[in-house]
Every structure is written in C-alpha cells, then in structure tokens.
Design a protein around this ligand. Structure first.
Ligand code: GLN
Length: 304
C-alpha cells in the first residue's frame, strides 16, 4: 500500500523522496502498524480511510501533517494545524543546545526559568521541560534538592496557544510549562527574570515568499514565517533589544537562525547583539553546514 500511495503522490506532482516519506508516514500512522508489519504483509484494516486522506492531500495541497493532524518533534507527537508552524527537524538542534545551557545552569543553582518566545506548537518549551529530568543538584549548603524548573512559552497568537496547551497536556508537562499570550515581552512582567531566553522567530524575509514551497507558503501561518525587513532580522533585533531586562546575570539568549538563498543570518544577528552589548557564546551548524543556532550571554566581554 505504501508503494501505491507513493506512486499516486508522484503522479500528482510530489517529488519522489518526499512522496516516499509522506506515503510511509501516512500509512504507518493511520493504520497504527509499524513499518515491519506493513512490509511483511499484515492486513491493513482501514485502507479506505488511508486512501481518502491521500486524496485529500492531493486535492487540498495541504502538508501531510495537516492531513493527519500531527507531526513528530524529538520523537514526540505534536498536534498541528494551520494556526501553528509545523515543527522542523532543524529546530531539534536549537532544543539540544538550549538543553546544554540549561543543564549547566541547573547544576549551578538548581532553579531554572526559561522563556520561549513565539512558542507556536509549544514544541521547544515542552521538549526542554521534558528533557530536563528532576536531576538532583548540590547547592551552596551542600543539600541535595531537585531541580525547580519553569518554562514560560509566549505567543502573539491565541489560536497557537490553544494548540500549545493541548500539546503540553498530551505530553504531560503541565507541572513545569506555562503558556501566556504576549507579543514578545509585552506581557512579561518586569520582575520576571530568566536564565535562558530561547526563540525560533519568524526569519524569512518577506520578499522571498514566492520562492517557498506551496505547502509552506499556503499553509504555515504567515506570522510564524516572515519578517518584514530584507534580511529577516526584525525579530532578533526586537528580542535582543528587550531581553536584557528579563535575563538573570549571565543569562543566555539562544536563537535558531535562517538561511535564505545562501545568505546566513549569523553575521547580521551577531552585529545586532554586539550593538546591544551581548557576548557571543557559540554558533552551531546544521548538517548542511549552515549556521543554525546562535547563543549569546547578557554580559559584555571580548569574545565577539
Ligand atoms: N517555536 C515554534 C517552533 O519552533 C514556532 C516558531 C515560529 O512560529 N516561528 O516550531
């Protein structure tokens, strides 16, 4: 059945590798059977349902994740719809690097507050919470205590927050994750201080809209994708400008970066950070060699 659906997708204009991946995802997820069982010929009970969804994929042009209603991120299932950006695999690099910083901070003081700006599905906030176990740390009084962690996810979109809350509940992170409507820092209180501010902001320069795939251009929410300046750095600028007020001493800001038509954003974002007196902590590349994640500390120094 996977091959038949793959061929149906290819015949209808989906590129071969993509068609294969989508057919695999659709059949396994909707049948509830693992790939090994499908390959070895186990009977699929709901073939009609799967074909109906494959046809819907072609008729609507919507991404396969909107057809099934979910996507995977860091091995977990996230509810998605057109109100939220579908989590991208690159964003897992951001979460891994944020976790590295969080573990370091957690070991120092056992108390950790993290802010995720533009939380969308909540995938970053939720996975950070889920992957920071209740590690015991030894504080100054050499008493073992468990980690006190709160991750605050904010988004300007109320409908995105509804999805984020559903995902938080499905992944059972209510104890350590909260969501709030806020346009960047607009609803973050002056006395709220964070160890780490993380964000995967909208970073595609609006003039590149027509170069995007239809599945992205027509179905991901535009406010999750686009920045209104030619370099796509509007939101990095706004976040870095405001962040110092909300960071604990030596707190970190960590971002995902974009790359459009070969133009990496790392240099531009580093310039903004320098302007606001941050210190570059590190840049992490993705598998294609693109600068994908960048972290800064809130103190000034000589590393940049
Ligand atoms: N934080 C979400 C993600 O990384 C949404 C980001 C966005 O909407 N730009 O997937």
């Amino acid at each position: 059945m996977i091959n038949k659906i793959k061929d149906f997708f290819i015949k209808n204009g989906i590129e071969t590798d993509e068609a294969k991946a989508e057919a695999h995802f659709l059949v396994c997820e909707v049948s509830g059977l693992p790939i090994e069982k499908i390959i070895t010929g186990e009977k699929i009970q709901n073939e009609n349902e799967i074909w109906a969804l494959a046809e819907k994929r072609i008729e609507t042009g919507a991404p396969i994740q909107h057809i099934t209603g979910f996507s995977y991120f860091m091995g977990d299932k996230f509810i998605v719809n057109s109100d939220v950006l579908i989590p991208r695999p690159e964003t897992e690099i951001l979460v891994q690097q944020a976790l590295k910083l969080a573990r370091e901070k957690a070991l120092q003081n056992g108390e950790l507050r993290i802010l995720d700006i533009g939380t969308g599905t909540g995938c970053i906030a939720i996975e950070i919470a889920k992957n920071l176990p209740d590690i015991s740390c030894v504080d100054k009084t050499v008493v073992e205590k468990s980690l006190s962690l709160e991750v605050l996810g904010v988004d300007i979109s109320t409908s995105a927050l509804h999805i984020a809350i559903k995902n938080m509940e499905a992944l059972n992170q209510q104890r350590r994750v909260v969501f709030r409507k806020s346009d960047i820092f607009s609803s973050v209180y002056e006395d709220e201080k964070f160890d780490i501010i993380v964000s995967n902001p909208p970073y595609i320069p609006i003039q590149f809209k027509d170069t995007l795939q239809n599945e992205v251009k027509n179905f991901d929410p535009p406010q999750a994708l686009f920045a209104n300046d030619k370099d796509g750095i509007e939101f990095y600028n706004r976040i870095l400008e405001g962040a110092k007020k909300y960071l604990k001493p030596n707190g970190y800001v960590i971002f995902e970066l974009g790359c459009t038509e070969g133009m990496m954003q790392s240099k531009k974002v580093t310039e903004i950070a320098r302007k606001f007196d941050y210190t570059l902590e590190f840049i992490e590349k993705d598998l294609e060699g693109t600068d994908r994640v960048i972290a800064f500390t809130a103190c000034s120094g000589t590393k940049i």
